[in-house]
Design a protein around this ligand. Sequence first.
Ligand code: GLN
Length: 493
Amino acid sequence: MSLTDLSLAAAREGLRRGDFTARELTEAHLTAIEALNPRLNAYVTVMADRALDQADAADAARSRGEDRPLLGLPLAIKDLFCTEGVRTTAASRILGPFVPPYESTVTANLLRDGAVFLGKANLDEFAMGSSNITSAFGPVENPWKRQGDPATVLVPGGSSGGSGAGVAARLALGATGTDTGGSIRQPASFCGIAGIKPTYGRCSRWGIVAFASSLDQAGPMARTVQDCAILLRSMAGHDPKDSTSIDRPVPDYEAACRRSVKGLRIGVPREYRAEGMPAEIERLWEQGLAWLRDAGAEIIEVSLPHTKYGLAAYYIVAPAEASSNLARYDGVRFGLRVEGEDLRDMYERTRAEGFGAEVRRRILIGTYVLSAGYYDAYYLRAQKVRALILRDFTEAFARVDALLTPTAPSAAFAQGEKMDDPVKMYLNDIFTVPASLAGVPGMSVPAGLDGDGLPLGLQVLGRPFDEETVFAVAAAIERAAGFEALPSLRAGA
Ligand code: GLN
């Protein structure tokens, strides 16, 4: 077995036993990146020299008898996390050559625990999108192919598309993602890997380029549920620099993966039986419920009556917050500046050239729904709907311990599909957005393949700050599913 095929947990054991060094592990990944990244475009910046230095430092620490949770384990970092001294782009032209003078809290936590950073992963511009199509650095190719159709390029999902494709293709043992309305869970589903959006407040947002601050949350993406548990334990924790981060102990999520689901009550939200959902996704969902029932859980139908307003509310709240957050890119404080006749002209030219079409659309929508005269009709109403959606979840979680749903209404689609109409793209977020609005944790776990041989994920939702139950349920599904299919484009294939 090649080093790039190991799970993060197995690589951790191998390093501890001295079967190989962090340098060997890192070199294997850098070689894989060199071979495959020109095609997949999963990384926008490869940090080869720094990664090797970090690997050597990890080996030296280990030889002194040190051990840390992630010592010597190579990861990809979504290029929305500020990394000290390393260009951070948010996949936008407007940040130009921005090199942050500081490290985000989440990435600093990973470094504290000994991780090696291979590079910065591609994403949709400012994390706005569901297909990694809107990146200023070009799209990412999903390493999976439809059976018998190696030519069609599929999207990896978005916005954490580089993280998803990179981990699936074995160009990293794991990755960071961020999820505002599904950006960890949907690309995890499309790429056949696991990913968890923790409870809002679990991870610090400090040093992550802001999209919609009341929704943004960082989380891990990796090839197994246990690997996500290992990564989240390092990423999470209270941070005085983010007033929305919560001061609660971070549990041992790895131990939670081994918990039995016997006696747990699992809810099936009736409103998630979306019209027009492919029959094979419906079947996989039934299969997932059967697996949990076989493992001793009780399945209970529940209702989340305001689900149908989720997408509409999200596509008001998220652009509203984005229009405010993105006001700072004015040609003065960061990156790109396009000179103009006067100050106002400079602003306009900079923002017109610096932002791509989707980001401009979001800024226009956001500015509109916040403007005098429309604020009450759109923004305020969306906030009220958001409160009702949260109430739906609170009531459901009084009866059940977790919910099971599909992650997305489709498998990975082809590049170019759904691009003529932004609303079609937004519809892909139908199952992920409600949990974002409610702030509850959600995990996608690979559960099966569709008729074309493409991966499909199931989503486990939990009570606020009860990621442990989410991990336990996701791990039970993972064990039952025995998902072993591999993408056709991967290191060593
Ligand atoms: N696809 C959603 C959007 O475009 C979610 C993005 C995200 O979670 N960052 O807004």
